[in-house]
Design a protein around this ligand. Structure first.
Ligand code: AQP
Length: 342
């Protein structure tokens, strides 16, 4: 056997905002997939603190959450040595390239972004300018590493399209081929985890009700209490996926159970058909505790030594800066900026 490194399928960039407690949706919808992707791609994972402040964050809480997100990724199985794990604000090239992209992207493009409309709500005048240009920063996050692939959920597809448009326009305007057009990596089924209180809303860090989500740091008792209180309906569990029509909460709990046990919805329906919710909730609790318990314990261990987390992140940002500065210099040269003396 030769000791040569296996051929990787491309370079991935992905991130999580340190906007509160990591939850089961972040785990099942993002982190768990990244753990799998690190085997076949060169991966850069970042804690996107610049994105987080597009809506108000308490400074102390932002600092805590930044380390906690890093700890959550490592505890879930992301290898910070084989991959590059870092904090976005530690790599200035993200913000610098984003400025160039603010000048490449058209207002008309940004006006079509549905996430801005959703997040800004009715009173757009009061939304930050950062929230509006958030997709340009996301394009910079990806393109400053010439990432070839980006794992995206439904909610981020439109932003990835915009990143591709920006890359194409930049290359075209300046007559260069600096940026590749990044491809989406579509996640498997069951990856959209909904609120435990309302099956029509996604599970979210910023939901004011802690009972709407299972946090990755929840204790066994917290998880049991939240699952027990999760909204359901008066029926029993169905014997086919059709039996979930109009039953968003039941569908969500079954999807969570399927994702946690790495099975399809059909397979878990075959197991649970005819069960009362009380019986199913006990099973779901047991399963969630078995999956999240060890991750939580590892997160606590890591969080007890914040200096070590900071060291890991510092090593990550060194690796990230080395790539990003080179790509930024290439982009700046294309634009016609006078080269910086080093
Ligand atoms: N409910 C979810 N189901 C599946 N995937 C989810 N993700 C988030 N919520 C769910 C995925 O987690 C990754 C990181 O998301 P993020 O922190 O960058 O922002 P978000 O999507 O806006 O997550 P939240 O929890 O809803 O944060 P807030 O409340 O701050 O807006 C992404 O890959 C996302 O798809």
């Amino acid at each position: 056997m030769s000791g040569s490194t296996p051929q990787l399928a491309g370079r991935i960039l992905s991130g999580i905002q340190p906007t509160g407690n990591l939850h089961l949706g972040n785990y099942l919808g993002a982190i768990r997939n990244w753990v799998a992707l690190q085997k076949s791609f060169e991966c850069l994972f970042c804690v996107v603190d610049l994105h987080a402040i597009t809506v108000w964050q308490e400074p102390k809480e932002l600092l805590r959450a930044t380390r906690e997100v890093a700890a959550g990724m490592i505890a879930s199985g992301i290898d910070p040595v084989a991959n590059t794990l870092f904090v976005q604000s530690h790599v200035p090239a993200h913000a610098e390239l984003a400025w160039v992209f603010n000048c490449v992207a058209r207002l008309g493009w940004l006006n079509r972004m549905t996430q801005f409309k959703d997040k800004a709500g009715k009173d757009k005048e009061k939304a930050s300018a950062g929230l509006y240009v958030y997709p340009n920063l996301m394009a910079a996050d990806i393109l400053v590493y010439k990432a070839t692939h980006v794992p995206v959920g439904e909610d981020q597809k439109q932003h990835l399209e915009l990143a591709r448009d920006i890359a194409a326009k930049f290359n075209n305007d300046y007559g260069v081929n600096v940026f590749p057009l990044p491809e989406p990596v579509i996640k498997g089924p069951g990856t959209r985890v909904m609120s435990l209180r309302d099956g029509a809303k996604k599970m979210s860090k910023s939901d004011p009700s802690d009972f709407s989500r299972i946090n990755m740091t929840d204790t066994q008792d917290d998880i049991a209490g939240k699952v027990r209180k999760a909204t359901t309906d008066p029926g029993t569990l169905p014997d086919s996926p059709q039996g979930l029509e109009g039953r968003a909460e039941a569908a969500n709990l079954l999807n969570i159970y399927a994702a946690l046990t790495d099975r399809t919805l059909e397979q878990v329906i075959a197991e649970t058909a005819g069960w009362q919710f009380s019986q199913f909730k006990a099973k779901l609790t047991e399963t969630a505790v078995a999956v999240l318990g060890p991750i939580n314990a590892e997160m606590q261990r890591l969080m007890a030594d914040p200096a070590e987390i900071d060291r890991v992140l510092a090593r990550g940002s060194e690796k990230a800066n080395a790539i990003a500065e080179t790509v930024l210099a290439e982009a700046y040269a294309a634009v016609g900026f006078l080269p910086r003396k080093r």
